[in-house]
Ligand binder design. Structure first.
Ligand code: GLC
Length: 474
């Protein structure tokens, strides 16, 4: 099958979050399936364009229009492309040669341009994708422009739109419709919501299928508490809104081979994990002793549950344990966490940085991994944590609910500790149960760690499910 993937970031080229990981792993996994030809489209950001490690050659250039604007598109093909997986970068220095990816005053215009530029590029390449799979609001206008202006070039193409996080919808004021999109007025209804232009809403109504990144989140999106205003629109898609839980690239995230670690280990040979814990304590100035080590690697954003962490923090740190937090984000959380860390030297290590190698060492050194997110479409770090043998403590929402079934010490079933409402005392209670089991029965704990490490979170299963969905609409 010929599949075009459209996104705004993909590792290893450029990544700001989980979307970047998914866009690295999913296209590669689909390309491994015999008979598939996958083309991945990305903006040619400054950081990618001037990265000496990323070689690409110019294939073609042309312009696209957004009302009176006529904008250049340079179509580059990555030198590492193969027959089954080609990566294309769309060059326009005015829109993309900036520091950072998002958060500019003209993001709406930048990604409206991007949607058109992708369709024009596929036309120039004479790609005939059967599936055009778009991700998040940055590529959400592709299904709209396809139908409104490019249908003749792609008469057979079907569209899939995946929501990685409904919180970011891509909104612009109503005038944007006429001033930038330049679409026929019959498209105004599709593109508008609540008096604004709303990119994500347009894709939800226009795409042949809408998916999201876990089964539970697909259900949650039908309710106002989770849907950031779009519950009505999302539930109107009925069975055409489907959840497929993400995987992780188990080749990249592997404690048996990870070079960032002080020692490598596997489920059969856990001794290395103990060495990693000691090494981490030493590296971060924690007391080198055998107490439970709790960890979080996270953006310090409110939906990640940092309020709950702040609420339980001092009570937690009175106990015999250690805590490591790695991440940056909202200033209020950075200040609050640093202030507490100053009161608990040797016990609480607060690391205000984004450092993938340190993150690996934290997953490897931790006994418990905390993820009290208020909502979590899928969540990747709980999967990495489990694969590194850190037992998760999670709020049972979205992908956390789907990937961390509650542990039952009586039967040994389950993978971690869950709580059921966004409440600090319930979070504390779940940690308390985990600590109880850690102390009570080391052999059972080791078996839990082993089972978590052995769980299959690979992309093979989700990639198959995407294939089934694609087949159901082509
Ligand atoms: C977003 C979501 C996260 C998900 C990721 C990849 O970052 O917030 O839960 O795992 O996308 O789909």
């Amino acid at each position: 099958m010929r599949i075009a993937m459209i996104a705004s970031e993909a590792a290893p080229f450029i990544k700001t979050g989980g979307l970047g990981d998914v866009m690295q792993a999913l296209p590669a996994e689909l390309a491994r399936i015999p008979g598939n030809q996958v083309s991945l489209f990305l903006p040619y950001y400054k950081k990618v364009k001037y990265d000496p490690a990323v070689e690409a050659e110019l294939v073609s250039s042309f312009t696209v229009n957004l009302t009176w604007r006529q904008q250049y598109v340079g179509l580059f093909r990555w030198a590492g492309s193969t027959d089954s997986l080609a990566v294309y970068f769309l060059d326009n220095e005015y829109y993309f040669c900036r520091e950072g990816l998002y958060g500019f005053y003209d993001d709406g215009e930048r990604f409206a341009y991007y949607a058109k530029a992708v369709l024009a590029s596929m036309t120039a390449l004479e790609l005939r994708p059967e599936i055009i799979h778009c991700h998040d609001w940055q590529s959400a206008l592709v299904p709209v422009f396809l139908e409104a202006e490019y249908r003749a070039s792609f008469p057979e193409a079907r569209t899939v739109f995946t929501i990685h996080n409904v919180e970011y919808q891509g909104k612009a004021d109503a005038a944007f419709f006429g001033e930038v999109l330049g679409l026929d007025d019959c498209w105004r209804g599709v593109c508008s919501f609540d008096g604004c232009v709303n990119f994500m809403k347009a894709a939800i109504v226009q795409a042949d299928l809408v998916t999201t990144v876990s089964e539970t989140y697909a259900e949650e999106l039908r309710y106002p508490y989770f849907a950031h205003g779009l519950s009505g629109i999302l539930s109107s898609r009925g069975e055409r809104l489907v959840g497929i839980t993400n995987g992780i690239d188990m080749g990249i995230y592997d404690p048996a081979t990870d070079k960032a670690l002080a020692a490598n280990y596997s489920p059969a040979e856990l001794a290395g994990k103990q060495l990693c814990k000691r090494a981490l304590q030493k590296e971060l100035g924690l007391e080198e002793k055998d107490v439970p080590l709790l960890a979080m690697v996270t953006r310090l954003a409110s939906h990640k549950g940092i309020d709950l962490l702040c609420y339980v923090l001092r009570r937690l740190l009175e106990r015999e344990l250690q805590l490591v937090v790695v991440g940056t984000g909202e200033a209020r959380y950075e200040y609050a966490l640093q202030a507490v860390a100053a009161d608990f030297p040797g016990k609480f290590s607060m690391n205000l940085r984004f450092d993938p190698a340190l993150a690996s060492r934290v997953y490897a050194g931790a006994d418990l991994y905390l993820m009290p997110s208020k909502s979590e479409p899928c969540g990747l770090s709980q999967l990495i944590a489990m694969h590194y043998g850190a037992v998760p403590v999670v709020n049972a929402v979205g992908g956390l609910k789907d990937t961390v079934p509650p542990y039952n010490p009586e039967t040994g079933e389950g993978r971690g500790y869950t709580f059921q409402s966004y409440n600090g005392d319930d979070f504390y209670g779940a940690i308390d149960r985990a600590l109880g089991d850690w102390h009570a029965n080391p052999a059972a704990w080791a078996a839990l760690v082993q089972a978590d490490m052995e769980a299959d979170f690979s992309w093979a299963i989700p990639a198959q499910r995407y294939m089934e969905l694609y087949c159901s609409i082509v």
